[in-house]
Design a protein around this ligand. Structure first.
Ligand SMILES: [Zn+2]
Length: 238
């Protein structure tokens, strides 16, 4: 009897252990892109990419991981993506900020750095990093209309192509993207939900997908778990 009890306790710990791992028991919220580059999830849709010599932030919002950026990429003008407070934390004189026009007009004159206006379909080399912009919009809700010309980004991080989707639904353009790592929203309401993001995986077919845009404002930890369950691609919850 006592032995059965001990076995049950061990099984319970194992199950709890698997569950927490599935939740991303990755306290650093980091993912190794390649020998020279790391990706860090800073919560919501905020990420930092470190290559050998460049620091790139995407959609910084309520971030605590603060260092001077070489490049900042902003997908659209909503407060949780285009945050003046957060830009002030990381923008130095030499920082290049890429953003759509309605976003740059929000922070122009309030933060330093050099502004570069973008719209979907741009290809630029900034500080030696190749960056493409792609469309990012809603198809079954009104928050992010296609005519706003907001963007997602594809960043070449030392040969690994990282796609940050912005606040988007599943859109037909996705099947033409050639990316290795996709950062996809899963929280729903303003973006794709977990089931829709699973369909985006099929369209994009990346090597790895990292879910984002949950557990702050919209979605919760279950959104990421559900996405991992439904998606046919390789999902890393960080
Ligand atoms: Zn938005």
């Amino acid at each position: 009897m006592r032995r059965i009890f001990i076995v049950l306790i061990i099984m319970a710990f194992l199950i709890i252990g698997c569950y927490t791992n599935n939740r991303g028991e990755n306290s650093m919220h980091e993912y190794k892109l390649n020998e020279n580059s790391m990706l860090y999830w800073l919560g919501h849709a905020s990420f930092k990419i470190k290559t050998q010599d460049k620091t790139i932030y995407i959609d910084p919002f309520e971030i605590e991981d603060v260092e001077t950026a070489d490049i900042v990429l902003v997908t659209h003008s909503h407060y949780d993506h285009c945050s003046i407070n957060d830009l002030k934390k990381i923008v130095g004189d030499g920082t290049v900020i890429l953003a759509p026009g309605d976003c740059t007009s929000k922070f122009a004159g309030k933060v330093g750095g050099k502004l570069v206006l973008v719209s979907p379909g741009d290809k630029k080399t900034i500080e030696g990093i190749e960056i493409e912009t792609v469309p990012s919009y809603n198809v079954n809700k009104q928050f992010h209309p296609q005519q706003n010309a907001w963007v997602g980004y594809i960043v070449d991080a030392s040969g690994t192509r990282v796609y940050h989707a912005g606040d988007t639904d599943v859109i037909p353009e996705m099947s033409n993207f050639n990316v290795d790592v996709a950062l996809l929203p899963v929280g729903g309401t303003y973006t794709m939900d977990a089931a829709e993001a699973a369909k985006a995986c099929d369209a994009i077919n990346p090597k790895v997908v990292i879910p984002m845009h949950y557990n702050k404002i919209v979605g919760n930890l279950e959104s990421a778990d559900e996405f991992k369950k439904l998606a046919k691609c390789n999902v890393e919850i960080i």
